[in-house]
Design a protein around this ligand. Structure first.
Ligand code: PHE
Length: 447
């Protein structure tokens, strides 16, 4: 059943049975490249953001291969060997050293080494085994951005002055910004030993201002589209962003940016001052700079008010038709108008884990040994059998038998197509197949 090799974007890779976990559903999506599909909202969003980071300072790389090495995706960035993100439950592997990138940061090392410009942008499809709900899909699109300054080429070798000059040249913006934390913090967000406080502070300021300008541009487009659609101004929320301290193995200090949206804070990106070892390893030890990574679907959902991440994969004309012509003319950008919601139909499944399986990581917990139960494996089976007709899968109940210690779970699978009404027979048929597959593939026992 298992192939000896797989071909992705016309390159062939040997498959290792112990590691291979990429279903055909996922393999088929490697050719879609929504970020390059004309008039697709992900592509429109990419272009609006690219316009805020213009050439020749920034060059865009939009065709990098999704298959990378564990070295590129993890080791080169300083992920420790036991980092949970490396687990087979979280990452799609082809063999022990080859995987589908989980983030665009996988290309940082090669681009810091090779980029012809002080800044670069990478837009690409990324892959993560994950839960099933409105804002998670195992394939999504990220944009990575980076900008460096070279101690050897800035006037007088003065990085701080050079960064400030570039900062002053950036346009101004008006928005409410919450940024309560110091530019770095000895425990929570440390300065790197090779950076002066002034350097880290200047680079961090340039990073934050650049990303605030990006969000300001998105919201300018949202306002224009609202005006076109007749949304009243008093119904609009003022633009508000906040900076939250964060941790990434490949930046320090690090932050996440959150945007106030529909009554809550929405995380839209991670960023920070690049770890010097990455630049050193790339052969440019005299450079210092920043990097960010953002989720294009998240921003596109804000831009167009798209309510469900599954919609981005729709080939339905009622979806795609709403964006036609926008790529060449942003004056046509309008809020997405949802088509009628079709009825949902949920079905529960209860099962015992295989004897000896602890299920400690069941409810989203990370970090596990091979062979143990993980919820993401169930999610993968559901996607495989049902494609995009499942809206979410929710843990309803768990139980440990007092005598045997055996664990059982009850999950609710919510069947709802974005495009048509599912019949109860159809949902029943899917549900029976889901049950059969989880018994066959995960070794559980239906209760
Ligand atoms: N790669 C990170 C992620 O996917 C985001 C990031 C990019 C953070 C660059 C810092 C710098 O979550």
């Amino acid at each position: 059943e298992l192939p000896k090799e797989v071909t992705i974007n016309s390159k062939t890779y040997p498959v290792d049975a112990e590691w291979f976990n990429v279903s055909s559903t996922i393999l088929n999506l490697t050719s879609r490249k929504l970020h390059l599909q004309k008039d697709h909202p992900v592509s429109i969003t990419r272009q609006i953001i690219e316009s805020v980071f213009p050439s020749p300072t920034y060059l865009s790389y939009n065709n990098l291969d999704p298959v990378v090495t564990t070295h590129e995706n993890f080791d080169s960035l300083g992920f420790p060997p036991n980092h949970p993100g490396r687990a087979k439950t979280d990452t799609y592997y082809i063999n022990s050293t080859t995987l589908l990138r989980t983030h665009t940061s996988a290309h940082e090392a090669e681009l810091f080494a090779a980029s012809k410009s002080p800044g670069y942008l990478i837009s690409a499809d990324v892959y993560r085994r994950d839960e099933i709900d409105k804002s998670h899909y195992p394939v999504f699109h990220q944009m990575e951005g980076a900008r460096v300054w070279d101690r050897n080429t800035v006037p007088n070798g003065d990085i701080v002055a050079a960064v400030h000059r570039d900062l002053d040249a950036l346009p101004k913006h008006e928005m409410i910004i919450e940024d309560p934390n110091p530019p770095f913090h000895p425990e929570r967000n440390p300065l790197q030993p090779s950076h002066t406080p002034e350097e880290a502070e200047a680079v961090g300021k340039h990073l934050k201002r650049s990303l605030e300008l990006m969000v300001a541009e998105i919201f300018k487009r949202v306002k224009e589209s609202h005006a076109r659609a007749g949304v009243k101004e008093q119904d609009e929320e003022p633009l508000k962003v906040r900076w939250v301290e964060a941790y990434f193995p490949f930046t320090s200090p690090s932050w996440e940016m959150e945007v106030w949206y529909q009554g809550g804070w929405l995380e839209v990106l991670g960023c920070g001052v690049s770890q010097q070892h990455i630049l050193n390893d790339a052969g440019v030890p005299n450079q210092i700079g920043w990097a960010f990574g953002l989720g294009l679907e998240r921003i596109a959902m804000l831009l167009f008010q798209i309510p469900d991440i599954r919609l981005f994969w729709s080939q339905d004309e009622r979806f795609l038709g709403q964006f036609r012509g926008v790529e060449g003319n942003l004056g046509k950008l309008r809020p997405f108008v949802g088509f009628s919601r079709h009825p949902a139909c949920y079905k529960d499944v209860s099962f015992w884990l295989p004897a000896g399986s602890t299920g400690a990581a069941a409810a989203g917990g990370k970090g596990r040994e091979g062979g143990e139960w993980h919820e993401n494996d169930l999610m993968e089976v559901v996607r495989d059998v049902c494609g995009d007709v499942v809206e979410d899968v929710v843990l309803m109940d768990s139980f440990t038998h007092p005598k045997t210690g055996r664990r059982s779970f009850c999950y609710r699978v919510n069947y709802r197509s974005l495009e048509r009404t599912l019949t109860n027979e159809e949902a029943n048929g899917l549900h029976e197949r889901v049950k059969g597959e989880i018994v066959g593939r995960l070794g559980v026992e239906i209760r």
